[in-house]
Design a protein around this ligand. Structure first.
Ligand SMILES: Nc1ncnc2c1ncn2[C@@H]1O[C@H](COP(=O)(O)OP(=O)(O)O)[C@@H](O)[C@H]1O
Ligand SMILES: [Mg+2]
Length: 403
């Protein structure tokens, strides 16, 4: 098992702090080795988690450390200005250290983390989840189109919870698309990163961005916060700041909830761990919607959709396949279909008669996929959600669900 991203990040942060300390004391050798470690750790993070929204920040910091290493090397330990003047007052030293730390400048990179484009996911592409769809439709589309019909106001906070890979992100994106509004998509776990400056400030900046977009054209704004449970911090890593970030978030939500009908900001939070949310948090998400694993009907549709472009034998039957994949999430099913296709592609490449198409020849095709291929994949690919886990969601829903 490799280290979790938070662990790696923490370790990079430690190296960086040690490097800056050594640098400020003129301990060139140590500074170089710690800068190198910090830089390597950041690059490792990028490599292990290539889709993380923080990668741009890691890259910039890593480059900064490399430049500093070069500067230190080029002066043979001689007359280089230290990163921090050792004769400066303690306050000045602290400030200089803070400057050398990545992105302490008011979370200036938050905007980079936030995705604002209008998503192109359609309702019809989100398979199953009829209850969740109608709950979102009622709570967001109706009041946006006819605020006059809601003299008592309407809920602005919605929580989508359920196992990973079931369509929470898709649902939020489809809602924003249908609404012709802005979609602000941010990952709370990244927002809590120390590399992004103070989490508390990032939270307030995020809501500021939402208000700005809402005012600009009077279009509704959906603020989608993925992994919203990270705002509460995890018990294992008490770095401080979480409590302030969480309180900031709660008060921002109160602000949004207390707004009149001219303000169209909706906050959709998503989580796989609803049980880690506390009462003050839940109270502000008046709608709590369970995004469940696909049922038989949804699995049939998923198999039909994901195998549509694939070559299948005539005995291929999505009803019977769907039955065999009970317990698999939508995203698991997509992986299974990808895996099945890879199986026949592999066979083709390994066939003794395989060759690349030469001048205008029709490329060799794979054989058709059979039911046996899917059985083969199933033996190797377990569902990503356990039955105990599903029970935990059901149990939580009984106490806290609110459609
Ligand atoms: N209900 C669904 N219908 C169709 N495809 C889905 C559905 N749920 C998940 N997927 C597929 O799995 C991928 C990951 O889903 P996502 O919405 O990110 O899940 P979550 O946010 O619940 O973890 C999607 O991009 C899509 O390809
Ligand atoms: Mg998601």
């Amino acid at each position: 098992m490799s280290m979790a991203p938070q662990e790696l990040e923490k370790s990079a942060s430690k190296y960086a702090a040690a490097a800056i300390r050594a640098d400020s004391q003129g301990a060139v050798g140590m500074a170089i080795s710690d800068y190198q470690n910090a830089s390597d750790t950041l690059l490792k993070l990028i490599q292990l988690y290539p889709t993380s929204s923080l990668n741009k920040i890691y890259k910039t910091s890593s480059q900064k450390y490399q430049e500093r290493i070069q500067a230190l090397r080029n002066t043979d330990g001689g007359n280089i200005a230290p990163a921090v003047d050792p004769n400066a007052s303690p306050e000045e030293q602290t400030k200089a250290l803070a400057r050398a730390q990545p992105n302490k400048d008011e979370g200036g990179n938050l905007e980079d983390l936030v995705m604002k484009e209008k998503p192109d996911v359609k309702w019809s592409e989100v398979i199953g989840l009829d209850d969740a769809k109608s709950a979102l439709r009622e709570s967001i589309l109706y009041p946006s189109k006819r605020p006059d019909l809601f003299p008592l106001g309407w809920p602005r906070g919605m929580l989508l919870y359920g196992p990973p890979g079931t369509g929470k992100t898709m649902l939020a994106a489809a809602t924003a698309n249908e609404l012709d509004g802005y979609f602000i998509n941010v990952d709370a776990a990244s927002m809590m990163s120390k590399w992004l400056g103070e989490a508390e400030k990032n939270v307030s900046k995020l809501f500021k961005i939402a208000r700005k977009y809402n005012k600009r054209e009077g279009k509704p704004v959906i603020l989608f916060i993925d992994e919203v449970d990270s705002l509460l911090g995890d018990r294992n890593s008490e770095v401080g700041g979480e409590i302030r970030a969480k309180n900031q978030f709660l008060s921002e939500l109160d602000g949004v909830n207390g707004k009149g009908k001219d303000t169209m900001i909706y906050v959709i939070g998503a989580t796989n761990k609803p049980w880690s949310l506390d009462e003050p948090f839940l109270r502000r998400f008046q709608k709590r919607i369970y995004v469940a694993l696909p049922n038989q009907d949804a699995r049939e549709k998923l198999f039909t959709q994901y195998t549509a472009p694939l070559k299948k034998s005539s005995i291929f039957n999505s009803v019977s396949i769907a039955k065999q994949f009970d317990g698999y999430s939508a995203s698991d099913i997509k992986d299974v279909c990808q895996g099945a296709q890879l199986l026949v592609v592999n066979e083709l490449f390994h066939s003794p008669t395989y060759h690349e198409p030469v001048n205008g020849e029709v490329p060799q095709a794979t054989r058709a996929l059979t039911m046996a291929d899917f059985k083969d994949i199933k033996a190797r690919r377990k569902p990503s959600v356990s039955i105990e886990n599903i029970r935990a969601y059901h149990k939580w829903s009984e106490s806290f669900g609110a459609l």
